[in-house]
Structure formats: structure tokens, C-alpha cells
Design a protein around this ligand. Structure first.
Ligand code: HPA
Length: 237
């Protein structure tokens, strides 16, 4: 089993890699070299979505290169790790959620491998369900107390949302808000890579409670250890 793991701000907790793979793709270079970790049960390829120095804002990430690079390196499935805000006020900071639905509020991102601009055929990929259910079940089983299901609303960022935007998202049925889940999930689907998201709640979304940036960073740092534990158990470690 070769598992791709795309991390947000929690990569370091996954430990040191044995090797780094510097890849290029037809869509450009991925955000960072792929860090290869070996386990008894297989290999893990870790990719820092925002770059090695966290230099890419959500709308600047080359999602196409990232997914293509993981596919080219032999990944058979991909788990995306995310920090998110809670639109559902019952989700406390520190909660881990594996969403089963997504609503895309982003714009202007390179979000497909299909069409003439890519020298490719027009392709209308099925995107329901958006996440691979067998992989979701495995991720949930690799941790404790992970919440099964939720709707990830992906905003453009990098700014946080207004309270009115979050009320709209809640009315739409979103339970989580993040900035990087899309088009990552769609692109994985287009390349037939089973994909699941594991989300760490780091703050109440705007208007649902006070957002304190220092608190978000502390919860993210604490949660990174937990996320790493889930990923290591997924690899049988
Ligand atoms: N909004 C969008 N993205 C986020 C948030 C948020 O409140 N928290 C962490 N990522």
C-alpha cells in the first residue's frame, strides 16, 4: 500500500522522511518535494500543501501538480489533512471529523485536468460521493472518537469569513469550513485516486464564537500529534 498524505500545517508531526522526491509534472512542480516514509505495511508519501516554508496561500496552491505528482509517484490513495472552522457550533476545537460531503465556494482555481486548455478530452467526472467511502471507514477506524460525516464548505480565503457568510453556509448545510479541500478532492477523483479528508476543528467559525488566532495555532499544534497518530495507525505503525 502506497498512501499519499497531503498536509496543511501539521506535517512536521509525521516525523522525519527517509527520502525526498523532487518531482515535476505537466502542470508544474508540486508545492514541495514528496517526503517518503517507509512502514512495514507500505510507503507513505507526504506532501506539504502550502509548501515547505508555508509560502502558498490557499488560492496559490498548485492542486493539479500536487495530485498529479502523488499519482506519478505511485500513490494508490490519498488522505488530505485539514484544519477547519466549525460551522456546526456543537463541534468543539480539537474535534476530528471525516466529512462525507462538500460544497465548493472557491473561484478562479485550476480545478480540472479536462478540456481543450489541457489538451484533453471533455470529461464530466462523477463526484457523488465526493469522498471514497472505504477509505473514510479506514481513517475513522484508525483513530478514537473521530466523527463520521459532515459537510466541508470550501471558501476562497485567505481571509476568514464574515458571520453572514457563515450563516449562509450553515443554511446550505455546511458543518465545517476550510480553504483547501477543493479542488483537491475533485482532482483526485479525476485521476481515480480514492480520497478522504481528515479535519481538525481549530476554531468556531465566524459569528459562532470568538476566533483567537493564537488559540487556533495552539489547537492545531496539539491536534497535529493526534492527526499524525491516526496516519501512522493507518500505515499499521
Ligand atoms: N474558516 C476557513 N478556514 C479555516 C477556518 C475558518 O474559520 N479555520 C481553519 N481553517
Amino acid at each position: 500500500m502506497k498512501l499519499g498524505v497531503i498536509t496543511g500545517s501539521v506535517g512536521a508531526a509525521l516525523g522525519d522522511a527517509e527520502e525526498h522526491l523532487d518531482l515535476d509534472t505537466a502542470y508544474g512542480a508540486p508545492s514541495a518535494p514528496l517526503a517518503l516514509h517507509r512502514f512495514a505495511a507500505g510507503e507513505m508519501l507526504v506532501l506539504a500543501r502550502h509548501g515547505s516554508r508555508h509560502e502558498f496561500a490557499p488560492h496559490e496552491i498548485n492542486y493539479r501538480a500536487n495530485i498529479r505528482a502523488l499519482k506519478d509517484a505511485g500513490a494508490q490513495a490519498v488522505v488530505g489533512l485539514f484544519t477547519v472552522g466549525a460551522v456546526d457550533a456543537t463541534l468543539p476545537p480539537g474535534a476530528l471529523v471525516v466529512p462525507d460531503q462538500v460544497i465548493d465556494y472557491t473561484w478562479g482555481r485550476e480545478h480540472t485536468y479536462a478540456g481543450a486548455t489541457n489538451n484533453a478530452a471533455v470529461q464530466h467526472v462523477l463526484f457523488e460521493p465526493p469522498f471514497d467511502n472505504a477509505l473514510r471507514v479506514r481513517v475513522i477506524a484508525a483513530g478514537e472518537g473521530i466523527i463520521d460525516g459532515g459537510t466541508y464548505g470550501c471558501t476562497q480565503g485567505p481571509r476568514l469569513e464574515t458571520a453572514a457568510e457563515i450563516r449562509r453556509m450553515a443554511n446550505d448545510g455546511c458543518t465545517l469550513v476550510g480553504m483547501t479541500g477543493m479542488p483537491e478532492a475533485t482532482l483526485a477523483m479525476e485521476l481515480e485516486l480514492p480520497y478522504a479528508a481528515l479535519c481538525l476543528v481549530v476554531n468556531p467559525a465566524a459569528g459562532m464564537g470568538a476566533i483567537v488566532l493564537e488559540d487556533m495555532q495552539r489547537v492545531a499544534a496539539d491536534g497535529a500529534v493526534e492527526l499524525a497518530g491516526v496516519v501512522h495507525r493507518l500505515m499499521g505503525g
